[in-house]
Design a protein around this ligand. Structure first.
Ligand SMILES: [Zn+2]
Length: 171
């Protein structure tokens, strides 16, 4: 396994619509392992394949406390039911240094394939529900900043430019 470099906004790969996976090949299985290692190292609670430059319909998540990890690896994940609304602060490993509240469904049912090709359905609430919605968005080329109001978007662009300039200075 390996820790992969994470792509940052405005990298084009983050904007691609990722097609459905037709089969779970060894490359996808290896990628899932590397993505999990990359997510834990970051550290983060979720990672989608486009964030490491791969247009594969694959996400990894772990929203459990550190002392009881529960890794979820999901191929072709889709939301099949939504209920309620929540407004929680989100960040993204591909948009480093920026956090904002985003409106999401508070409870969802998701369906996906595990790495053995078995269909799994999961009822999610709280952080896990938010995380699934955030990561599935990545597979459709959508970032959490796209959900912000136009005022907040323009504030984001100004702040992010400053953050990037600071990062370049440090390098
Ligand atoms: Zn993200």
């Amino acid at each position: 396994m390996a820790i992969l470099p994470i792509r940052h906004y405005p990298d084009d790969v983050l904007r691609k619509q990722v097609p459905l996976e037709k089969e779970i090949d060894q490359r996808l299985i290896d990628l899932a392992g590397d993505m999990a290692e990359t997510m834990y190292a970051a550290p983060g609670v979720g990672l989608a394949a486009p964030q490491v430059g791969e247009s594969r319909r694959l996400i990894v998540l772990d929203c459990n406390p550190k002392d009881s990890p529960r890794l979820i690896t999901a191929v072709n994940p889709e939301i099949i039911l939504r209920d309620g609304e929540c407004y929680e602060e989100e960040g993204c490993l591909s948009v480093p240094g920026y956090y904002s509240q985003v409106t999401r469904s508070s409870r969802i049912k998701v369906r996906f394939l595990d790495l053995k090709g078995k269909e799994v359905t999961l009822d999610c609430a709280g952080l896990l529900a938010v995380c699934f919605q955030h990561e599935i968005d990545h597979l459709d080329g959508v970032l959490f900043i796209d959900h912000l109001s136009s005022l907040k978007k323009s504030m984001f662009r100004r702040k992010y430019k400053k953050l990037q300039a600071q990062q370049e200075e440090r390098m």
